[in-house]
Design a protein around this ligand. Structure first.
Ligand SMILES: C[S@@+](CC[C@H](N)C(=O)[O-])C[C@H]1O[C@@H](n2cnc3c(N)ncnc32)[C@H](O)[C@@H]1O
Length: 256
């Protein structure tokens, strides 16, 4: 990594230019972000100061051209604990609420949106939560490049962007390829947990629940699930859905 990458990563900035997009060569479907521009957003002065102080220790940026695996034990400063990756943590409301109840577990929140990460970072620092780390980047690329095969105990995707227009469905994160990628990253017995409040996205997921042979669909609830499956709070996007009388659908799979 050169110096400018180091500096960008230290301030949580994504590398300039086109976002990374792995060619998976599996013949499966993967989300195509197309020309989506990543919302920059701005941080308040307080958030900026807190970010600059704590991000270098608690956060990483998916760097261009890099496929360096994260040293999970080194980053969390403890060995042999289960690790869960949450993709699209948003403002991290449920991430911060769940983490203290799973103190034994390492939680890595992956998000593209810097103000969301800044909010979670604030909750982590103020709450003295020591089992959350953050990665800024596209969750698909982060999983593919920064985590080894069979390295994770869980993957969470709560209220992923529904991309309601038919021509945008290809941008949805739940697709055959993503499910395959997640399955390769999970250890045997690991769990994938997805929630959506979007009826049409739920129908889309219903069609995919058995598409990945390495993932056994468990439905909801699954009382013996080996990880916490209760979000504890109504997340920001869940709340927006409930205001519109949306039904929350939850999905659990076990890696065989
Ligand atoms: C609808 S919001 C839900 C946020 C949060 N989970 C909640 O329930 O409040 C979806 C989030 O996923 C993030 N996101 C979308 N695609 C992503 C990707 N490929 N990798 C990481 N984050 C992504 C968006 O920036 C957004 O914050």
């Amino acid at each position: 990594m050169n110096n400018s990458e180091n500096t960008r990563s230290g301030t949580g900035e994504l590398p300039a230019g086109r976002p990374l997009q792995t060619d998976f060569e599996t013949g499966l479907d993967y989300p195509r972000l197309g020309s989506v521009t990543f919302r920059r957003g701005t941080l308040t002065d307080n958030q900026e100061a807190l970010f600059n102080e704590h991000w270098p220790r608690l956060g990483k940026v998916l760097a261009e051209g890099s496929d360096e695996r994260i040293d999970i034990d080194g980053w969390f400063g403890r060995a042999g604990h289960p690790t869960i990756v949450e993709i699209g943590s948003g403002t991290g409301t449920s991430t911060a609420a769940m983490a203290p109840l799973e103190a034994d577990t390492n939680v890595v929140a992956v998000e593209l949106y810097k103000p969301g990460l800044a909010k979670l970072l604030g909750a982590v620092v103020r709450g003295g939560i020591d089992n959350i780390r953050m990665v800024r980047g596209d969750g698909v690329e982060v999983l593919a490049r920064m985590f080894g095969e069979e390295s994770l105990d869980g993957v969470r995707i709560f209220f992923p962007d529904p991309w309601p227009k038919a021509r945008h469905h290809k941008r949805r994160i739940i697709q055959s390829g993503t499910l395959n990628l997640i399955a390769t990253r999970l250890k045997p017995g690991g769990v994938l947990h997805v929630a959506t409040d979007h009826a049409d996205y739920a129908e889309w997921i219903d069609e995919l629940v058995n598409v990945e042979p390495m993932l056994e669909y468990k439905g909801w609830p699954w009382d013996e699930a080996p990880m916490l499956t209760d979000r504890q709070v109504i997340t920001k996007f869940e709340g927006k859905g409930l205001d519109k009388d949306h039904v929350i659908r939850e999905y659990l799979w076990e890696k065989k």
